[in-house]
Ligand binder design. Structure first.
Ligand code: SF4
Length: 202
């Protein structure tokens, strides 16, 4: 996005129109404008696209972050682009819990820069559900470190115990054990998991 000129973008759009419906192209263009608008007010900010990130202490915990603006010593902006329309995804739940997927992305990326930011901004752009306003929250690097050390790593360690608890909920939707091995899920009331709308991995 930061490398393409106007003519390049027009050529890409023309090509995309051959394969994709107009609504999808329009959503993508509109979202591109939103992502550009999220750039920190600095000449030094760099845009990362489709960046593979990994928690250093738990290398098996990784993912691909859609976009991030990196403005070292100032602001890290982490952006998730969700094109689904079945489930609205919130940056922060009604119960006040920050979206764990985005927290993991932000933590993993901030780790690469030794958390050298004043603030960390987390956004979800979900054009088919929330056309006008990207979801947004601003936290600090300390929040990410606390999340990593007190929630994420202890949580991952707990899943490695032989007697790890199985806790059914909206997260089961993405679990490979759901239909083949998990009796807890089968026995649970799966019709209304409380936080089902909370997760919507791409
Ligand atoms: S399906 Fe079972 S194992 Fe998977 S997340 Fe749900 S409760 Fe845990």
């Amino acid at each position: 996005m930061n490398r393409l000129g106007t003519e390049d973008i027009e050529a890409e759009v023309k090509q995309a129109r051959i394969f994709w419906p107009p609504s999808m192209i329009n959503h993508a263009l509109d979202s591109m404008g939103k992502i550009v608008a999220l750039r920190p007010d600095s000449d030094y900010s760099e845009l990362l696209i489709e960046r593979r990130v990994r928690i250093q202490a738990v290398p098996e915990c990784y993912g691909t972050l859609d976009y991030a603006w990196v403005d070292l010593w100032n602001r890290l902006v982490v952006i998730d682009y969700k094109y689904g329309q079945g489930h609205a995804v919130d940056v922060i739940s009604i119960a006040g819990e920050l979206n764990p997927q985005l927290m993991i992305y932000a933590t993993a990326l901030a780790e690469e820069y030794d958390f050298a930011f004043e603030t960390v901004q987390i956004n979800i752009v979900q054009p088919r559900i929330r056309e006008k306003v990207p979801q947004e929250i601003v936290i600090t690097p300390r929040d990410l470190i606390d999340f990593r050390d007190n929630v994420l790593i202890p949580g991952i360690d707990a899943t490695k115990q032989w007697n790890a608890a199985t806790v059914p909920g909206g997260h089961c939707r993405w679990c490979p054990a759901k239909d083949v091995a998990c009796f807890v899920w089968r026995d649970a009331d799966s019709t209304a998991p409380a936080e089902e709308s909370y997760f919507d991995f791409d």
